[in-house]
Design a protein around this ligand. Sequence first.
Ligand code: WTA
Length: 652
Amino acid sequence: MSNISSVLEEKRLFPPAADFVGNARLDADSLAELKAAAQKDPSGFWAGLARRELAWQTPFTQVLDDSRAPNYAWFADGRTNASANCLDRHLGERGDKVAIRFEGEQGDTRNWTYRELHAEVCRLANGLKSLGVTKGDRVVIYMPHTPEAVIAMQACARIGALHSIVFGGFSAGALRDRIDDASARLVITADGGWRGGNIIELKKAVDEALSSGCKSIEKVVVFRRSGHEVAFDDSRDVWWHELVATQATACDPEWVEAEHPLFLLYTSGSTGKPKGIQHSTGGYLLGAHMTMQWVFDIRDDDVFWCTADVGWITGHTYVCYGPLSNGATILIYEGAPTVPDAGRFWKICQDQGVTIFYTAPTAIRALMKLGEQWPAKYDLSKLRLLGSVGEPINPEAWMWYHRVIGREKLPIVDTWWQTETGAVMMSPVPGATATKPGSCTQPLPGIFAEVVDEAGERVQGTEAGGYLVITQPWPSMLRTIWGDNERYIQTYWAQFKNRYYVAGDSTHRDADGYYWIMGRVDDVLNVSGHRLGTMEIESALVSHARVAEAAVVGRPHEVKGESVFAFVTCNGERPQGDEAEALIKELRAHVGKEIGALAKPDEIRFADNLPKTRSGKIMRRLLRSVAKGEQITQDVSTLENPGIVAQLQGKA
Ligand code: WTA
């Protein structure tokens, strides 16, 4: 990443503002106490919180079970339900409190109180039961970013069905693969969603996916959102509004074991096949619940806006489970940040009275580029806390966020975590931690991070760099990869003989014990905060008839963090001129179709062959240098055809 060197020069320190500290849930002393308690007895610390903070139908007596490590279990003999924790327990005190404030891209708004949300979730849960969905079944949710996506998640959780959300920007092919891997019984979708003034054809993609596989699917529930005409198969498809029309507004929660899987969420790894990350009910919920308090300092009068789509882990934990389990008010906005103009996000903050705003560096950089005049038009004085997630935030974007949106006084929480970790792992605690632009600072209470070298030895002392690992199990950690426990062990544990959880990020720890995340160590790109496996994009390219071989690397990009750069060899002659132009267009569209628009290569170059080592490995470091336009310093003398370097560079 281009910002590594600038990050390491970063010496600015921003202590928490006195007026924030005065009202904060945690100050430096109380944070130190929590950390000390966790240090003394990590699992006892978590157990105490789980008893105090979550509602259990059957209290647990077991805390951490490490007898099958690295498959850990937490609170295993307890029974709970995530939806009961998020909804039922607030009905008494907060029944009339707004749970969700919604704004559509077209300007439509609607609020849902906790009571209304509970009723709607129960109606859908009963509807799903009437279609035969039971505990343990997988339900794929492929929805626009509207409250109904949250309702669908909650309805699944309520009856003990596992939801597996597929981001609405993924293509029919990606949807099909995820449905098949999970052997899902049902899909919940919508006719269409709104994005950038266009209708996203969700139902059409479901039809396409189901026409080429997905034998496990029995029913498709369709929410009417866009209202445009869609194909409808009466024997298989069910309109959401018809399904729930006759259902009761109460539905007893299915009390599940704490280890019962709450959901699967597919994420990219360094191989072609996405991994179904499996999370538990009790442990996951505890992580989501506590981090809302520690990191976001959530209060009853907050309006919390996490801009992430429910299709990503951030949307799971900080749109749905974390805020609702704390009885908070969330804001959901369906559309793009620039519709109808570049001030939309700031107008929403003003009109909806947003107090906490949580977004991704790529969005901050994009909004920064659009100019300060946009936020200046709106009253952002209700904002009291800002957050960032998804990739390292460069100090320049951090300072802009701080100065222009944060009025030079709001705390910024730069939160490091992963789909696999379930909840934030490292972050400033806003009333307690002095921040440094570009650093996620330190681990939260009960989380134990380390920096290790190639051999797995702890890197001692200050200014340490190496692999980021987590040394103790924590409740919201992933439990396994769906259907492939061996891959779970190989991916996250085997590198250092099961001693630590290996995050796959490299990091640097400074003299103050602050962590600076440097990016991924595996072949995973971070494009606009979304993880994309290079192998996944390569397989998509190779599935095109003209492509013989492909190698994908990332190139630093001002707004997106990284952009996708593909080197391709073709069957037959290397295309040139107009033919090359046409094929590039076709390949971009092909990847869009296979995976989704977010994976489309920004640049494609053709060569007669790809540079390989003697053992036949593609020389990725060389390709990365070429993509960046750097001077080539690697030894290319062993290449069969050194002339291809010029081709790769686009010079021949
Ligand atoms: C990166 C998103 C630096 C990191 C919650 C991680 C970050 C991957 C940060 C997980 C951050 C996330 N600073 N890097 N604050 N947050 N990352 O699974 O490389 O979509 O491993 O989860 O994003 O991405 P995922």
